[in-house]
Design a binder for this molecule. Structure first.
Ligand code: GDP
Length: 202
């Protein structure tokens, strides 16, 4: 699973506007600041490819990156900016939801969860929503290197991951696959590429 080439292709305002060459896609979603850009750059081994999607005005768009001319990484708008408890639900842009529900070339959604803090309710809700809609997903735990005891109640990343898994187990018949990652140690990078290759060959 080698990355030979990775290019930003385009920003789209809706599913109908997305590339139509039929190549398989993996969508990255997660709360803002979860480490999505870092992960994207790490997967394709580029320092700042994901800068493209951080440009003002592009953060609320669907950003396509073509890898090895054979598949796409799709950066979807982050969620969880709003702090109001009941904006939790479906406050992410309507087109994101439309993309997730209707995009036939979408192989799997990679839901990023910050392992350095206890998972947020909105992460769980997002996962459940994907599950209810039978959208295939993989959990990508980010920042697995990070230990800040005082700040996160003494929990280690492994503990946070276990706590989240337990919540998932109670609402999923089949627990989705998960991968522990760190952009600092590069833990999980090869595993993600291998996992994507396996999913593409189904
Ligand atoms: P995004 O908003 O989801 O795109 O998140 P970024 O990729 O910009 O990362 C948000 C912050 O988390 C930045 O300060 C990163 O340096 C930091 N970060 C991202 N990945 C990791 C990681 O694996 N380990 C640690 N310790 N920090 C990380």
């Amino acid at each position: 699973a080698k990355i030979i080439q990775a290019d930003f292709v385009k920003s789209s305002v809706g599913t109908g506007d997305c590339p139509s060459d039929g190549l398989p896609e993996f969508a990255l979603v997660g709360r803002s600041n979860v480490g999505k850009s870092s992960l994207l750059n790490s997967i394709v081994r580029r320092k700042n490819l994901a800068l493209t999607s951080k440009k003002p005005g592009k953060t609320q768009l669907i950003n396509h990156f073509r890898v090895n001319d054979s598949w796409y990484l799709v950066d979807l708008p982050g969620y969880g900016y709003a702090s109001a408890p009941h904006e939790l639900r479906m406050d992410w842009a309507k087109f994101t939801k439309d993309f997730l529900l209707n995009r036939s070339t979408l192989v799997s959604v990679f839901l990023l969860i910050d392992a350095s803090i206890p998972a947020k309710k909105i992460d769980l809700e997002y996962a459940r929503w994907l599950g209810e809609n039978q959208i295939p997903m993989t959990f990508i735990f980010t920042k697995c290197d990070k230990r800040k005891k005082a700040k996160n109640g003494g929990k280690r990343p492994e503990d946070n991951v276990n706590d989240f898994q337990e919540l998932i187990r109670s609402s999923f018949e089949t627990v989705p696959p998960w991968i522990m990652t760190s952009n600092v140690t590069h833990q999980g990078r090869d595993e993600i590429l291998l996992h994507m290759a396996q999913l593409r060959n189904y």
